[in-house]
Design a protein around this ligand. Structure first.
Ligand code: ZN
Ligand code: ZN
Length: 338
């Protein structure tokens, strides 16, 4: 046992290793990257993506104008519900279920989540989980797709507008994805990504306000684009703000932080210092059962009706031992009271 670890922590570390075997089985033959790290690089800009993102943001601004001046309350409430469903499709689906396997979901729940996830269109759940496993294995280095060492803009959105870093490309195949390849729900979405995303992210949320609330096609389209862009930024903030601004009560030696704003907009995903310390915890936070953690409440609800099971979490005494050993002395809400 390493001398700095207590017996309990060693057991917990072994558990960590066991749970993460699937992510870490392939040894990395390349030079070791130590975070925070970002070597000088030249960016190759993906101009078609820049054009699409520019259009999306201009359309979202127009959607905001229409939301304030012309939309009915029915349309606004409908879009807010779609925002929540799509967001949870990412946080409880792509993230906690398929990237980290923090709990198990039966087929019915996986189908429900993949439909919600398709409303968010953040690539397929398969692709999302692949990049996210890379992000955890190589956090804040050049092999991390949204390396926060490069600053706010790159980790927030810039990484999507340029070609992948060579260190990302060469390490992608080291990530074990066998569980995802064996998952028929995830593979169905991967196979039929185009029709599923066109239908669930763009067509359905546009046509419902047109047919049921009497909106014009233009209004319904632009407000849905606003909803979609908000869903994107909700995830982007986890990669940017939650790696840059906040406190580190669990591990002061890593870049991810606790960020209350991100937790609020991303349904509990902003307690990121905790999440990077204990990625397999289904709550993605020690403060799981609070109003900021809607994703946890969603999983709890389905555990209650028996569709979700084997919810993994960390015993309180283990995380508190860790706070004393590696934390920055602040508490989990960001107050310096230790
Ligand atoms: Zn992160
Ligand atoms: Zn994660």
């Amino acid at each position: 046992m390493p001398p700095s670890l207590t017996y309990t922590e060693t057991i917990q570390t072994q558990e960590h290793a066991k749970i993460h075997t699937i992510e870490d089985t392939k040894l990395d033959p390349y030079p070791k990257l130590v975070a925070p790290q970002a070597a000088p690089r030249e960016y190759t800009i993906l101009y078609p993506t820049v054009v699409i993102f520019t259009y999306g943001h201009l359309a979202a601004v127009y959607g905001l104008y229409l939301a304030c001046t012309a939309a009915s309350w029915n349309t606004l409430i409908f879009n807010f519900i779609v925002y929540i469903l799509a967001g949870i499709g990412v946080t409880a689906g792509s993230h906690r279920l398929w990237s980290h396997r923090a709990y198990k979901a039966n087929t019915a729940l996986q189908i429900l989540i993949i439909l919600m996830n398709s409303m968010a269109y953040q690539n397929t759940a398969f692709d999302w989980a692949k990049k996210h496993r890379l992000h955890h294995r190589y956090s804040d280095t050049d092999a991390d797709p949204h390396n926060a060492t490069r600053g706010f803009f790159f980790s927030h959105i810039g990484w999507l507008l340029v070609k992948r870093h060579p260190d990302v490309k060469k390490r992608e195949h080291l990530i074990d994805l066998s569980d995802l390849y064996a998952n028929p729900v995830v593979m169905f979405q991967k196979r039929y990504a185009f029709p599923m995303i066109i239908f669930f992210c763009f067509s359905l949320p546009t046509l419902i306000p047109v047919y049921f609330f009497g909106e014009t096609l233009s209004l319904a389209w632009h407000i849905n684009i606003l909803r979609y862009v908000c869903n994107l930024h909700m995830s982007f903030f986890i990669n940017s703000a939650a790696h840059l601004w906040g406190n580190k009560p669990y591990d002061k030696n890593i870049k991810p932080v606790q960020n209350l704003f991100v937790s609020l907009v991303a349904f509990g995903e902003g307690f990121h210092n905790y999440h990077h310390t204990y990625p397999w915890d289904y709550k993605a936070a020690e403060l799981g059962n609070n109003k900021l953690n809607l994703s946890t409440k969603f999983i709890d609800l389905f555990a209650w009706i028996g569709w979700a099971k084997d919810l993994k979490t960390v015993p309180e005494h283990v995380s508190h031992t860790r706070i004393v050993r590696t934390g920055d002395g602040s508490d989990m809400w960001g107050h310096k009271d230790h």
